[in-house]
Each structure stands twice: as C-alpha cells, then as structure tokens.
Design a binder for this molecule. Structure first.
Ligand SMILES: Nc1ncnc2c1ncn2[C@@H]1O[C@H](COP(=O)(O)OP(=O)(O)OP(=O)(O)O)[C@@H](O)[C@H]1O
Ligand SMILES: [Mg+2]
Length: 143
C-alpha cells in the first residue's frame, strides 16, 4: 500500500492509523534514505500517545525508550551507527525483543535483519521515499 504524505499533518494521520491497526507486539522496520522521515514518524507517533520524552534521532544512543500514560513501553532503535552485533547485546536488544508486548521501531534494520528475524514477532515494513521537488512530500509504502 502506497500513501503520499504531503505534510506533517498527513504523517500524523498515517501514524495514528498504524497505532489503531498495528498496536501490540509488532516490530516496525523503518527504511528509507537519510532524512526521509523515519524519526519524524516515530516522533509523531509518540505525540499521538501524549508521550512527553523528547523523541530524537537515537543515532548516537542506538536506543530510546518511551513510556505512555498507561505505562506501556515503546522502544526505538536506530542501527545506523551500530557496527557490531555485540553492541546489540550491550544495550539489551535481545531482552527487549523477547519481553516486548508493544510496538518496537527500528531504523536501519537491514544491518541486523537476520537477528531481528530470529524472533518470530510480526514485522511490518515501512519505506519512506522522497518524491517530487517539494521537500515536504514523502511517499510511504507499507508491506
Ligand atoms: N511529509 C513529511 N514526512 C516526514 N518528514 C518530513 C515531511 N516533510 C518534511 N519532513 C522533514 O524531513 C526531515 C526528516 O528527518 P528525519 O530525521 O525524520 O529522517 P530519518 O529518516 O530519521 O533520517 P536518518 O536516516 O538520518 O535517521 C525532518 O526535518 C522533517 O521535518
Ligand atoms: Mg532517524
């Protein structure tokens, strides 16, 4: 399914739709070039949940954890700077995946896709693409 997001309001509606339909123990694999909107999607998702921690690109941290008003935890990984799978052990990746009951977001998942797939969680792929010359327009594709 392809959707065109012409502005951030559209992105928020897209995030709301994901929340309504795909909440639960699913892993969202967020793909797309640098600056295509992966982190912005997570930020908008968290705004829907009234999560107050600041959502930033976890590129330097590898992992951000957000907690909503019902104490549900949402984990947000960014593997862009991860070089070695040992780093995943250090940040508790395996425990988090094993024990997670809520959505997990992963930017740049392809580096460690084999590890992610070992856990039989449902994975949903979301691709973010630049289209047109307008810097605010994105195309998202879910599969
Ligand atoms: N429709 C849109 N959807 C998503 N982002 C948009 C849109 N319009 C403009 N933007 C802007 O594009 C930028 C996307 O940056 P963001 O950090 O989310 O990208 P990213 O895919 O996470 O990149 P990286 O791979 O570096 O982590 C933000 O500055 C955001 O405000
Ligand atoms: Mg990002």
């Amino acid at each position: 399914m392809k959707t065109e997001l012409v502005n951030i309001k559209n992105l928020k509606e897209f995030a709301k739709n994901i929340y309504d339909n795909l909440g639960g123990r699913n892993i969202l694999l967020l793909r797309g070039n640098l600056g295509s909107g992966k982190t912005t999607f997570v930020r908008n998702f968290c705004e829907i949940l009234d999560i107050e921690n600041q959502v930033s690109s976890p590129s330097f941290l590898i992992l951000n954890t957000y907690i909503d008003n019902n104490k549900k935890e949402y984990h947000h990984f960014d593997f862009y700077r991860v070089e070695d799978e040992l780093e995943l052990d250090y940040i508790g990746f395996h425990d988090i995946i094993e024990n997670s009951t809520d959505l997990i977001f992963i930017e740049w998942p392809d580096k460690f896709l084999n590890i992610i797939k070992k856990y039989n969680h449902r994975t949903i792929n979301i691709y973010f693409n630049f289209i047109e010359d307008n810097i605010n327009v994105r195309e998202v594709q879910i599969s």
